[in-house]
Design a protein around this ligand. Structure first.
Ligand code: IPE
Ligand code: IPE
Ligand code: MG
Length: 253
């Protein structure tokens, strides 16, 4: 593992990594367990990845923990996931504090049970002054929900006379997203073999490098994260330009 960590170019660590943590259910089923057992084991991976990201100086880590569409899962699973969330946040709070981690939440948390909302609010308040890793939990989140909210709020600002339609730019839209305080992710990882975005950060991932691995989330560990970062560092991010332009820009610097 230390070998992999050594291979990472410390000057080119992605500032923001976003992860679709997928495969808990299949992992559990393959081992003859209930799906919820997979979610419980998934928390171990969260702990390990948060630590691994903080160790190498990632500034923002966004974890897709529960989607808008996940509300349609069987009730026992939804209830179990909410309980797991509340218990985990409560239990992990001293660790977040000790490691100077600031927690953020994006998503429609009004849909969450009252006690879960309260737990989240407390966690946001308690970690608000921390200056290390920004841990962004996407909860009850979907991009289409987020974009619809943004459009509604822009329309209201126009109606109230605070915003002129001809002044709307990409920056305006960005300001109305739940992620307005965060840079766009440079690297998006999805575990467990699915090659899709599933309504996650559709706008923000426009130029992210996508990395897919067959590893199920409960088996994903620091080494797996470091492998993804090394893969990311081997890619040429052209942003619509051509390779020669990037090379001459690098020479100027
Ligand atoms: C990801 O694992 C966690 C959540 C969506 C809450 P899944 O529960 O989607 O696991 P699979 O994809 O069914 O294996
Ligand atoms: C995406 O996983 C959402 C989260 C990881 C929270 P899903 O398992 O819900 O996505 P699909 O249904 O396979 O697209
Ligand atoms: Mg899944």
């Amino acid at each position: 593992m230390s070998d992999l960590k050594e291979q990472i170019d410390k000057n080119r660590i992605p500032r923001h990594i976003a992860i679709i943590m997928d495969g808990n259910g299949r992992w559990a089923k393959e081992k003859g367990h209930d799906r919820l057992y997979g979610h419980y084991q998934g928390v171990e991976s969260v702990r390990n990845i948060v630590e691994g990201a903080a160790e190498i100086g990632v500034e923002y880590l966004t974890l897709y923990a529960f989607s808008t569409e996940n509300w349609d899962r069987p009730e026992y699973e939804v209830v179990g996931l909410m309980e797991l969330l509340v218990n985990t946040i409560r239990k992990e709070m001293p660790v977040l504090q000790k490691n100077n981690i600031r927690m953020h939440v994006i998503g429609n948390i009004k849909m969450m049970p009252e006690h879960a909302q309260q737990e989240l609010k407390d966690a946001l308040d308690e970690t608000a002054a921390n200056t290390g890793l920004n841990l962004v939990l996407a909860l009850s989140y979907s991009s289409r929900w987020e974009l619809t909210e943004a459009v509604k709020n822009i329309a209201l600002a126009v109606k109230d006379g605070h915003l002129n339609p001809s002044d709307i730019t990409q920056d305006t839209l960005q300001q109305y997203l739940t992620t307005h305080n965060f840079p766009d992710p440079e690297l998006m990882i999805r575990t467990s073999g699915e090659h899709r975005i599933s309504n996650f950060l559709l706008y923000q991932l426009a130029y992210a490098e996508l990395y897919f691995t067959n590893t199920r989330w409960p088996d994903f560990r620091k080494e797996s994260l470091y492998e993804a970062i090394i893969d990311f560092q081997g890619r040429e991010r052209r942003f619509g330009k051509i390779s020669e332009q990037l090379q001459s820009e690098a020479e100027v610097q």
